[in-house]
Design a protein around this ligand. Structure first.
Ligand SMILES: N[C@@H](CCC(=O)N[C@@H](CS)C(=O)NCC(=O)O)C(=O)O
Length: 80
């Protein structure tokens, strides 16, 4: 899983915090991709998902914007 995000974004922070509560470790269980405006990561977000917005999750064929949807998706994935 790749989570496109940046430090000053509160929605990104929410997802990082929830991932941490689930016991997920960046660099091990998922990849954190820097995606503030003007970065290659942000260009990838727009290219892949078509929207200029973070957080953005890519998990195989699944792509998702919206912090709450991302948290719900990963929680359900871990539970299954
Ligand atoms: N409803 C979205 C809001 C996400 C959002 O507003 N993200 C901001 C950054 S914190 C964004 O991408 N703004 C456009 C930009 O930074 O270019 C969510 O919950 O994920």
């Amino acid at each position: 899983m790749k989570l496109y995000q940046y430090l000053g974004c509160p929605y990104s922070a929410y997802v990082r915090e929830e991932f941490s509560k689930m016991g997920l470790i960046a660099g091990k269980d998922f990849e954190l991709v820097e995606a503030r405006r003007g970065t290659p990561g942000r260009e990838e977000v727009v290219r892949l998902g078509g929207k200029n917005q973070v957080p953005f999750l890519v998990d195989g064929d699944t792509q998702m914007y919206e912090s709450r949807d991302i948290v719900t998706y990963v929680r359900q994935k871990l539970a299954s």
